[in-house]
Design a protein around this ligand. Sequence first.
Ligand code: DGY
Length: 320
Amino acid sequence: MKPRVLIIRQMPEAALAVVRDGCEMQYNASDRQLSPEELGQAVADKDGLLCVVTDRVDDAVLASSPALKVVSTVAVGYDNIDVAAATARGIAVANTPGVLTESSADLAWGLLFSVARRITEGDRYIRAGQWRDWKLMLMAGHDVYGQTLGIVGMGRIGQAVARRARGCGMRVLYHNRQRVDASIEAELEATWVSLPTLLEQADFVSLHVPLSPETVRYIGEAELRRMKPIAYLINTARGAVVDEQAVIRALQEGWIAGAALDVFEHEPDVPQALRELENVVLVPHIGSASVATRTRMAVMAAENLIGVLRGERPPNVVNP
Ligand code: DGY
């Protein structure tokens, strides 16, 4: 009998083809997010689950599917999956690292430029019919070239962000639990500093840490108050890595100059207070969303899924 798998969202044909080949596939082509109850029911008789970042795969979901062998997510981050519970139940969890590094770094830079040079604000201004006259200081923002970039989390994506900073003549500071190899520091011309030093010195603080119990609200009021009032916060990591309410106050009260956010604590809900602010750029969790990259991620996730169902241990299984 072919293994039964649930494909929880619309996927590119290239990924479906990988799964269709050897599996009986239940496919949520409607692309609607399933409620936890619907997810539990849909996965109950499945051997494999292909999910995305917004699916909360907790122990209750895992417990509802006795035959489940693998949860494969189309993402590098897997904080939405209870890996400890999956491990205890003998279920493999797999992710898609590497293939999205450059696209994610591109987006962090896009956000950085957008907020510093007020690009989305300018776009809104024109669309609202407000542009009547050229003025010397109209939409004057902050320079990027030659400034100090602070990278929090120097994994693959943090490093790809740092690599791009050279073209902007920036000084690069980074903070990571462990210093990266000296050869990488030299290549990136990046200097390890403590988090407080990074926050005090950087003109742009870009977050690239995974969400874990140690990084929940890693950047809260105290950290935001350490930043320069002319500095910007860029978050393409996970919403819960920052204290969202503190960020709102920081933006409203001018503790920092602005923020650019790709991720939010309760996606797709974005607090009204954030939506009312001009000094913030908001995008809907599109860090890796180029057509090529999202397709590569989906195919990789499908291959991870199939690999486990064939009895292999694909390289991207994250269980200890
Ligand atoms: C990831 O891969 O973790 C992204 O956040 C989803 O694209």
